[in-house]
Design a protein around this ligand. Structure first.
Ligand code: UDP
Length: 236
């Protein structure tokens, strides 16, 4: 079977790397995610990844700390996740490069768009750390930005729910799952899929996004093969 997409941008939240404890790194969980990424690479698909940092730190919930400083810490947390992901991918035989939006030249490459694309063309998994490099943004916004920059065919947003619902499925039994919807609706109805900056980036750049559940890691592979595993969000 032929993959549906040639180049993908996968967003993995920090929480998804933490397993049940919701904090720190769970190597069993990360290994399962990386195995699915490797299957996708072996199928000939170019894979770029943006990682979150919520398993270590979230700027907006850091209490009294100055927001800019708290966000700097948050971005450094994403760099730790990027390195952990690279390590596990490499142990599985995947070639990887970590590029960060905040320079840390002893640790990772700086983010350079053309260089990232060249790595992708060579079959390397490129992991983007430090979000956009700016406070007051999220890694979802970084993912929509990088997806547009590298001309990804799709933005795969891995979450812990199996798609987008009209209301919170954990609180309401009658919540209905969308199979498709537009970014305009996500923004207009404040559906809480992602922050509005990230949604507006996707809407304005007509980036297609698939929201799917990463508690079954092989959904990454299934999504790339075109199986119906979540909710497709798009803009005409
Ligand atoms: N962050 C930031 N700018 C960015 C991306 C992230 O300042 O462009 C900071 C922010 O403090 C955020 C933290 O990094 O709370 C972790 O990112 P995020 O909350 O998006 O991670 P996730 O929820 O996906 O794990």
């Amino acid at each position: 079977m032929e993959p549906k997409y040639k180049r993908i941008l996968l967003k993995v939240s920090g929480e998804a790397l933490a397993g049940d404890k919701k904090t720190g790194l769970n190597y069993d969980v990360i290994t399962d995610i990386c195995k699915s990424i490797k299957k996708v690479v072996d199928a000939g698909v170019q894979v770029a990844v943006v990682v979150g940092g919520g398993n270590f730190w979230r700027g907006r919930s850091s209490g009294a700390m100055d927001r800019t400083r708290a966000d700097h810490i948050g971005m450094l947390a994403t760099a730790m996740n990027a390195l952990a992901l690279a390590d596990v991918l490499e142990s599985l035989g995947c070639d990887t490069r970590v590029q960060t939006a905040i320079n840390m030249s002893q640790v990772a490459e700086p983010y350079i768009r053309n260089r990232a694309v060249r790595h992708l063309d060579k079959g390397r998994v490129v992991i983007f750390g430090c979000g956009t490099g700016n406070p007051f943004f999220s890694t979802d916004t970084a993912a929509s930005l990088r997806a547009a920059e590298i001309n990804a065919d799709i933005f795969l947003k891995a979450t812990l729910v199996d798609g987008v619902y009209d209301k919170d499925p954990h609180k309401f039994d009658d919540a209905k799952k969308y199979s498709t919807l537009t970014f305009s609706k996500v923004i207009g109805e404040e559906l809480g899929v992602m922050d509005s900056t990230a949604a507006a980036m996707c809407r304005d750049n007509k980036m297609k996004m698939l929201v799917f559940d990463l508690s079954r890691p092989d959904n990454i592979y299934d999504a790339v093969m075109g199986k119906d595993v979540g909710t497709v969000v798009y803009e005409d």
